[in-house]
Design a binder for this molecule. Structure first.
Ligand SMILES: [Zn+2]
Length: 413
């Protein structure tokens, strides 16, 4: 088996400051050596002098809607905007885009019916299509009249498209089990409104018993749970029930942070969406006023509190609602630069969010998100320094190599 020996690398491992002059050896799918001193090459090695380029872990997006394509803020019912075959092709194209942008891992944020994510995962693993490692999502779970039950009742669309509409703990348990049966690994729930939706910002639409039933049913089968929870009441209720990932968290405050730390909850701030939407609505004047006021207030609040959560040690990860008409797939790395330039987060911290922190929702905390002996060789080579210039990650021509499990997906070295 040919070894890949990288020399002269600037090593950015997701945990430490940049280390220049490093040697890294990849054998089969894993990293087998990381040294400061030169490594003796063996016959058959492919030795690549990186000459000061950055070698870092593949990026991870922890909020990924594979089927979204030009979705508007108030769409037709998600999952029904196109036929399932079309949405599967869209998902395959978006997953390939993510990989070629240097994202070797993505965690689904749900809202996806017809088992499209699990089928794409299988096709990627079988080598049928190119894509990142995928934690597959499925339909979002909600109650009648809840956030995702946005269809008009006379359409009688409940339990179609991208959502399961359930009532009572048993009904939710059944939906979780059905999702898992289809290969779903992360269950998305919608206990809160807000975050640019028509539904009220506050109020928890699922009961405590329903939230607990979902978490119990998912966790007992090794699946995880993530929640659309922008308001404080839904954030706290979800963490207390055992939800693994809080999405959006616009009303983040000290109490939420403390509870997240105690429960080891992962936070997806997804502020880039809000920033882009607010910017766009300013552009065309009125926007959608009823949605914009709480959204603007939420943006201010999380902008203030995200550095506090980061300092306190909350596991923050990157990922957002890419696939909208104003936020297309492929713009993932803009989000990383946004957290540095607009929110004022240290660039090394943002790299950690998108690498080692992301390995936890990926379900491979020991194997992914770092450069160390025994880790999976999911790596990217960047012609530049993301620490001093995060924008370099947006330039695909400067991503010289993308490696997943020791195999080059892009090789311009
Ligand atoms: Zn989303």
């Amino acid at each position: 088996m040919q070894r890949i020996v990288f020399t002269g690398a600037n090593l950015l491992d997701g945990r430490h400051a940049m280390r220049p002059g490093a040697c890294v050896v990849v054998e089969r799918e894993r990293i087998t050596a990381v040294e400061r001193a030169p490594i003796e090459s063996l016959p058959g090695d492919r030795t690549i002098d990186l000459a000061g380029k950055t070698l870092m872990p593949g990026l991870v997006s922890c909020h990924f809607h594979s089927t979204y394509r030009d979705i508007s803020v108030m769409p037709s019912p998600l999952g029904l905007e196109k036929p399932p075959g079309y949405l599967t092709l869209a998902a395959a194209a978006n997953l390939r885009t993510a990989l070629l942008c240097g994202f070797t891992g993505v965690v689904s944020a749900g809202g996806i019916g017809d088992a499209i994510d699990p089928q794409c995962k299988l096709a990627i693993e079988d080598g049928l299509v190119e894509g990142p490692r995928l934690v597959a999502g499925g339909r979002g779970l909600d109650v009648p009249s809840g956030y995702s039950d946005a269809e008009s009742w006379w359409w009688e669309l409940s339990n179609h498209g991208g959502h399961h509409i359930c009532s009572g703990p048993e009904s939710f348990r059944e939906a979780v089990r059905e999702e898992i049966r289809q290969g779903v690994e992360i269950i998305k729930i919608f206990p809160g409104g807000g975050h640019a939706t028509e539904r009220p910002h506050t109020g928890v639409s699922l009961t405590k018993a329903e939230l607990e039933a979902i978490c119990e049913a998912a966790h007992s089968r090794g699946a995880r749970v993530r929640a659309h929870a922008p308001a404080k009441d839904s954030i706290l209720a979800c963490i207390r029930a055992g939800v693994d990932i809080i999405d959006h968290a616009d009303d983040l405050d000290e109490e939420c942070i403390e509870l997240m730390l105690r429960a080891d909850t992962t936070l997806v701030p997804s502020m880039f969406f809000t920033h882009q939407l607010l910017k766009q609505s300013e552009g065309f004047g009125a926007g959608v006023p009823a949605q914009m006021a709480p959204l603007a207030a939420g943006f201010k609040q999380i902008q203030k509190m995200l550095p506090v959560a980061n300092q306190a040690g909350v596991r923050i990860v990157s990922g957002d609602d890419f696939g909208l008409d104003f936020l297309s797939h492929g713009r993932y790395a803009e989000e990383l630069a946004f957290y540095v330039d607009v929110v004022g987060i240290d660039s090394l911290d943002v790299i950690r969010w998108a690498t080692s922190n992301g390995a936890v929702p990926m379900g491979l905390p020991e194997d992914l998100g770092g450069i160390g002996v025994g880790k999976l060789a999911d790596l990217i080579v960047v012609d530049g320094d993301p620490i001093t210039q995060m924008g370099v990650l947006q330039d695909r021509s400067r991503l010289n190599a993308i490696i997943k499990g020791g195999v080059f997906c892009k090789d311009e070295l």
